[in-house]
Design a protein around this ligand. Structure first.
Ligand code: 5GP
Length: 192
């Protein structure tokens, strides 16, 4: 038995814990599949090409834009990020619960193209806590953290336009809420 493919778009400020939540739901929902984005940002220590992102230079990224290779793309912080279109379409057609972890600009582009998708916003417990998490992560310098905090303030204002919002103040509860939301919207079971 498999069910209809669906698209879930997850956004929220850097440091809200989207990555951890997505890793957890992949373990709970067997037909969930997460898209790997392309980016012109440099890899952070430990990030692997093709696993965390497809890391590429601007010329390669712009070429994919030109050839309609992205379902959506946006300038986020100081780099370009985009969702490869073909693999997302293939996984939806195959009946998977497709997860995109993308910024608010990208989320609204996807909603326009695929109005049936579900937009989920992940909120940090507070802006102070968000700053703490970014500082503890230790992957960005202070200037970058300050810039990300400014972007975060703008993003949080957009959450009213999302279909569902989850406050990530308790990882177990937030995981349960997200799994439950996806299961409720994943479509009916149907024979292959
Ligand atoms: P980071 O550089 O911390 O990995 O990601 C920065 C931001 O880019 C996050 O808000 C993340 O959700 C967003 N992002 C990652 N991939 C994509 C994508 O394919 N498209 C868009 N629009 N945003 C993305």
């Amino acid at each position: 038995m498999s069910r209809q493919g669906n698209l879930f778009v997850i956004s929220g400020p850097s440091g809200a814990g989207k990555g951890t939540l997505v890793a957890r739901i992949l373990k709970c929902i067997p037909d969930a599949w997460v898209s790997v984005s392309a980016t012109t940002r440099k890899p952070r220590p430990g990030e692997i090409d093709g696993v965390h992102y497809y890391f590429m230079d601007k010329a390669h990224f712009d070429d994919l834009v030109k050839h309609d290779g992205f379902l959506e793309w946006a300038n986020v912080h100081t780099a370009q990020y985009g969702t490869p279109r073909k693999s997302v379409e293939e996984h939806i057609a195959a009946g998977d619960q497709v997860i995109l972890e993308i910024d608010v600009q990208g989320a609204f582009q996807v909603k326009k193209k695929m109005p049936g998708c579900h937009l989920v916003f992940i909120m940090p417990p507070s802006m102070d806590e968000l700053k703490n998490r970014l500082q503890k992560r230790g992957t960005e310098d202070q200037e970058t953290i300050n810039a990300r905090m400014e972007v975060a303030k703008g993003e949080v204002k957009q959450k009213e336009k999302y279909d569902f919002a989850i406050v990530n103040d308790d990882l177990d509860r937030a995981t349960d809420e997200l799994v439950d939301y996806i299961e409720r919207h994943a479509g009916k079971d149907e024979p292959r």
